[in-house]
Design a protein around this ligand. Structure first.
Ligand SMILES: *[C@@H]1O[C@H](CO)[C@@H](O)[C@H](O)[C@H]1NC(C)=O
Ligand SMILES: *[C@@H]1O[C@H](CO)[C@@H](O)[C@H](O)[C@H]1NC(C)=O
Length: 440
């Protein structure tokens, strides 16, 4: 595979690190010249050709939560979807270790006399081995030959369940994560604190910017209402958002941006989400408004089910968050078969004000608790340009989906959502503002 491509934001030509040879410098200059002309070029065969050759990107797949020690049959369906770009949403491996639930004995992980944490980090060598295992999964390595693979991490590949900025192995694990993604040796992502970065695909007029966030490296403790991104990453994100316009901007967040399931489930369950840091999520929505950027939407993972949500009152146009989780890990897999209808019933009853309910869903809850991946299709030829967001099952069949015209995601085209006090509106009222009886 010989692939060079221009990253507009990093203003450099990046080559596949596997490609080294005597003519490397010649190629570098050749590539730089073409790149300077503002083109994306492909100097090789077949690999990622569409993404690199300057033709528009029309299919993007994404996924999260993949157990490297379990079978991963879903890659076949992802390959059948034929994405030009695949985005890892985190928990790309399960790198940390888990002690069993133990009430008595030496290492007690539950109960009032608990003396050992349930999760603990692996050594660097162990992490490396787990990454090797993940990378050699045949389906995944085939996908890597066909598509440009990019992504971020979440807690378990960061190295520890629910961990944030306090986690000491983050420097080492950043290197391992970027090695797994074949990030070039001289990439700025290797020199900064955190794995955030951005990519621009496609020719002028059909450009897609993918902004990858790091929700771990700088994250304050849960319940602090502190920061998720940290100062440096915020300034970087502001620059990215206010930079040159692109037709589409995908913001990649390992954790959900729009749904706030904790609001209805605490204190029974707490889930990580932007909603747990209300100041931080306000700031994100404000930035989208201030940047006047069109065509912005989110993709996320983490929760072990698939869901599409929409927030109409966060910015000047509806904001979508397509959640796909996981590639192997899914809520229904850890619960006996007989309870599956109950789980879906609870999901259906949970007052998730932002969830997109539609007849396109396989279950009436519009959540999907079996292994799944996310699929984004962009039809540039249709007028107006049409986007299709889907969650697909292990066979590749859609289990939740929505069609959106790109013209709906434009500043100025929004219907102002005026909600007077005392009224509750789907896709606008936050879960926390629901009356007590509905909320619980
Ligand atoms: C991953 O799969 C292996 C083999 O099936 C299993 O032993 C392990 O517990 C799984 N890990 C997680 C985090 O589910
Ligand atoms: C999300 O739910 C939590 C828990 O109820 C709450 O503290 C927080 O303010 C909510 N966030 C948003 C943005 O509604």
């Amino acid at each position: 595979m010989r692939l060079c491509w221009l990253s507009a934001t990093m203003t450099m030509v990046r080559c596949d690190p596997r490609w080294t040879g005597p003519r490397r410098w010649w190629w570098w200059w050749f590539s730089a010249a073409v790149a300077a002309a503002g083109a994306l070029i492909s100097a090789g065969v077949s690999v990622g050709e569409a993404a690199a050759a300057g033709s528009p990107v029309t299919r993007i797949a994404f996924g999260s939560c993949a157990n490297q020690s379990a079978p991963q049959p879903i890659w076949d369906s992802i390959i059948d979807f034929d994405p030009q770009v695949f985005i890892w949403m985190g928990n790309n491996i399960y790198g940390d270790k888990k002690r069993p639930f133990k009430l008595f004995g030496k290492e007690r992980t539950i109960g009032p006399w608990k003396n050992a944490p349930r999760f603990y980090p692996s050594s660097e060598q162990e992490m490396e081995l787990e990454y090797e295992k993940a990378k050699s999964i045949p389906g995944y390595s085939r996908l890597c030959q066909k598509a440009k693979v990019i992504g971020t991490w979440d807690d378990h590949d960061y190295g520890l369940n629910d961990a944030g900025k306090e986690f000491s192995a983050k420097v080492t694990n950043q290197r391992l994560h970027l090695d797994f993604l074949d990030e070039p040796r001289d990439s700025p992502r290797r020199k900064q604190e955190g794995v955030y970065g951005s990519y621009t695909f496609g020719p002028a007029g059909k450009q897609i910017k993918v902004i990858i966030l790091d929700t771990r490296y700088h994250r304050d403790p849960m319940f602090s209402d502190g920061t998720i991104l940290g100062t440096t990453q915020w300034s970087w994100l502001e620059k990215e958002m206010k930079g040159p316009a692109t037709e589409i901007t995908i913001i990649v967040s390992s954790i959900q941006v729009i749904s706030n399931h904790t609001a209805a489930m605490a204190p029974l369950f707490y889930m990580e989400a932007w909603g747990r840091f209300p100041k931080e999520s306000d700031r994100l929505f404000k930035l989208i408004t201030e940047s006047k950027r069109n065509g912005v939407f989110f993709i996320s993972g983490d929760v072990h089910f698939g869901e599409i949500s929409r927030y109409d009152c966060g910015s000047k146009y509806p904001l979508y968050d397509i959640t796909s989780s996981g590639l192997t890990q899914a809520v229904e897999k850890v619960i006996p078969h007989a309870f599956h209808p109950l789980i879906r019933g609870i999901a259906w009853l949970t007052p998730a004000t932002m969830r997109l309910m539609s007849s396109n869903c396989i279950y009436s809850s519009c959540t999907y608790g079996k292994p799944n991946f996310g699929a984004i299709e962009i039809n540039w030829n249709e007028i107006p340009v049409k986007l299709k967001f889907e969650v697909r099952d292990v066979e590749g069949y859609p289990v939740a989906g929505v069609n959106v015209f790109l013209s709906e995601l434009q500043v100025g085209n929004a219907k102002p959502a005026a909600v007077s006090s005392g009224e509750y509106q789907r896709h606008c009222s936050l879960e926390v503002n629901l009356p007590w009886i509905i909320r619980y």
